[in-house]
Design a protein around this ligand. Structure first.
Ligand code: AMP
Length: 401
């Protein structure tokens, strides 16, 4: 079965086509600047040259049409006809409390995604546009939705409630939802396989550290706590997001600087984190390079970033009363040798011992970076959210047949 995985944003649409017989990627690509005068389409058939063009793509329906044209194109295509695409899986940022698992798209499911617009105003409306566009272009093809929040629905109320008036939870759904769930689910499963141990027997902390970053405590295969909250702003220090701060700072600064709600939100989401402290960049590579050249602010940004990751690892080891496995993933987690080293140094009390050679080795494969005698295992596991979306879609479509 061939499955198309779609991640629809408000002005972009990313895709990957999977052949589920061996879980291989046949092609991937993206449409950018949808609805603007010059949209950019990049199509990458595996094993062939990338195709790039600039044209006018006014809406998501045209974007999906363009993707299907490319996938079935005589020259750059990877399938002979559109009928070979038997199912479509969508990444959906917010599934609220309703979606504890992935689901096949029905009228009811679309209604729920719409009901959740309030909680993810930038993402869920765009995802729904993606679903509707596929309905238009590939009528009758089953679609599934896979939620960033679903994996964290196993959290107990002690983790997901905030100590504020409970009426806010009941009335507006103010609680911790957590994000990057598809990634945490994928890497925890993969880590258990690499270690050849049942996931259900392990206490694991997965650190998804990219532009956005979150840590998750996984006990017996279930998320019991995660650092992102009601929105992806809480938790670790990130590229441009503040992560945890004293909430009283917000009204204080709004008052002193005469900021509007939007300005305050923009300050915390777009102008904070590593970018604010380094005064240079939100990109870990640039910050690390500057630090190595002696830039003091870059060093402070790096040290703060590391310190906060360490604090979450300590907190989650306490939450689980122990730790068996620590996993690093995403752009920074998979690639930054110095970040992993800095995080793991000083966590020896937990029983973590870094193997410097393994840590420095370059590989795209999941691998152990702790020493053989380390009580707690540390792993780098490249994330693959798209594959998990394809797998869930495949399972749901097969179940329904
Ligand atoms: P992501 O959001 O998962 O794509 O991750 C983006 C982040 O990964 C950026 O901060 C990049 O600087 C960082 N990153 C990517 N490659 C490297 C690398 N080789 N070393 C350090 N950081 C990296």
């Amino acid at each position: 079965m061939k499955i198309l995985v779609i991640n629809a944003g408000s002005s972009s649409l990313k895709y990957q086509l999977y052949d589920m017989s061996d879980e291989s990627v046949l092609a991937s690509g993206r449409v950018e600047r949808i609805g603007m005068d010059s949209s950019i389409v990049t199509h990458e058939p595996v094993g062939a040259l990338e195709v790039r063009d600039v044209s006018e793509i006014l809406d998501h329906v045209s974007a999906v049409k363009r993707v299907i044209d490319l996938l079935t194109h005589k020259e750059y295509g990877v399938v002979t006809s559109m009928s070979e695409i038997e199912a479509v899986g969508h990444r959906i940022v917010h599934g609220g409390e309703v979606f504890k698992n992935s689901a096949l798209v029905t009228m009811e499911v679309k209604k729920e995604i719409k009901r959740l617009f309030d909680l993810a105003p930038l993402h869920n409306p765009a995802h729904l546009m993606g679903i509707t566009a596929v309905e238009n272009v590939l009528p009758g093809v089953p679609q599934a939705v896979v939620f960033d929040t679903a994996f964290h629905q196993t959290m107990p109320d002690t983790s997901y409630l905030y100590p504020i008036p409970t009426v806010l939870y009941r009335r507006h759904g103010v609680r911790r939802y957590g994000f990057h769930g598809t990634s945490h689910a994928y890497v925890s499963d993969k880590a258990a396989r690499v270690l050849n141990k049942p996931l259900e027997s392990l206490k694991m902390i997965t650190c998804h550290i990219g532009n956005g970053a979150s840590c998750t405590a996984i006990k017996d295969g279930k998320s019991i706590d995660t650092s992102m909250g009601m929105t992806p702003l809480e938790g670790l220090m990130m590229g441009t997001r503040s992560g945890d701060i004293d909430p009283a700072i917000v009204p204080f600064v709004m008052n002193k600087e005469e900021l509007t709600l939007n300005e305050a939100s923009s300050m915390l989401n777009k102008h904070s984190g590593m970018l604010a402290i380094s005064g240079l960049s939100s990109d870990m590579r640039e910050v690390t390079d500057a630090m190595n050249e002696g830039d003091k602010n870059a060093k402070l940004a790096f040290d703060m970033y590391v310190y906060r990751v360490k604090k979450y690892i300590g907190a989650y080891a306490a939450a689980m009363n122990g730790l068996d496995v620590l996993v690093f993933t995403a752009g920074v987690g998979e690639n930054s040798v110095v970040l992993r080293k800095a995080v793991m140094e000083g966590l020896t009390f937990l029983g973590l011992e870094l193997d410097e050679k393994r840590n420095a080795a370059r590989s795209k494969e999941a691998r152990q970076i702790s020493t053989d005698r380390s009580k707690v295992k540390a792993l780098v596991v490249p994330t693959n959210e798209e594959l998990l979306i394809a797998r869930d879609t495949y399972a749901l479509v097969n179940e329904a047949q």
